[in-house]
Design a protein around this ligand. Sequence first.
Ligand SMILES: [Mg+2]
Length: 433
Amino acid sequence: MATPDEFGTRKARRLNSLDAARADLYGGPNVGLPPKHLMASFSGDHNIPVPEMTKSPTDDEVSSEEESPQVATPLSTPPMITSDDFALAFDIDGVLIRGGQPIPEAIDALKYINGENPYGVTVPYIFLTNGGGKTEKERCLDLSRQLELEISPGQFICGHTPMREMAQRYGTVLVVGGEGEKCRIVAEGYGFKNVVTPGDIIKTRHDTTPFRKLTEEEYENSRNLDLDSVRIEAIFVFADSRDWAGDQQIILDCLMSKKGHLGTRSETFDEGPPIYFSHNDVVWSTSHEHSRIGMGALRASLEALYKAVTGKDLTTVAFGKPQMGTFQFATRLLQQWRSDSHGIDKPPSTVYFVGDTPESDIRGTNEFNEKSDIDWFSILVKTGVYQDGTIPRFPAKKTCNTVFDAVKFAVEREHQKTLKTLPNGEADVEVKN
Ligand SMILES: [Mg+2]
């Protein structure tokens, strides 16, 4: 029987994020969905051991009488026990979602770490995706619907989230990628003061892109510019380009300009604005049976194009996984999330990161682990970019078929640690998947 001492657990009511103090990393309201999905009652089929605790008044607030018409016994609504010793972090595409639909095992995996496991333990977790193109709040609402549980922006990082910290550095920026006006809205939400899009430039000077015409809606939403006075101080590719040819032409014009002044041409091709990408994934997992090219491919293409046109090398910067800065950001977010939602003020001993892309998820986790005081443990799943039978350039510490197998492995490994902890504090663990 599990006791509150196992897993470094503590009895903690998981706060609805609407109640929790807002993570300092973000502004704006949290996502509000009924907590009942998150706090779903256990069914008797799972043979949940009953923790030796008395029922607290707060348990009434999270039980659902409609879904549990019988008398609420401790077996059907056991007190929540939250691990403060380990945590989980998930990539999204190819792990939980594929082609806009949840991967079948994803919903069970999240139920499992929200208490529907043999130990009745809940495990704090965050999401760390390179994808983007919407506000964090909007993306969390989508994800909450897809995965049938409440997900808060306080536990979510996407590729462009760290760009927020650059809003004060640059005045006028070119923002590229995504659908319609969405990335402009994201950038303005981050605090960027003057956001120019490729649509603005095409609207103002239609022959900028000979083969791209704005739709009526794009024309309506785009803004007229004073091309003689606009100076692009930096270029940010927030999300995947919907029109590579047009966007590359406009980016190239900016990069080849004199200090970002639109319409000018540098003689030396070394005085253009800096360019930042929200991530560098060359391929990603969609509903198609083969991986599709992504932002990293655009980056490679632009670098090659710049070299071909100017003869010079282009320096570009990418955020997202596997960059160490993104994992540092994730560490801060996880700490804030554990504190706000679970009342845990100490760092975890281990963070299990579950991803499908060896080049970003696994590489980043392994390299960050070498620098971090926390043990970042990489788990590769076979539901996305990684193809079973191939040898990844960046091997994970553990490979699992699905995210459900991954979370079961993590919880079981932690359980085994508590049973097999050696006197010197090291764990002698061998867990079969
Ligand atoms: Mg992925």
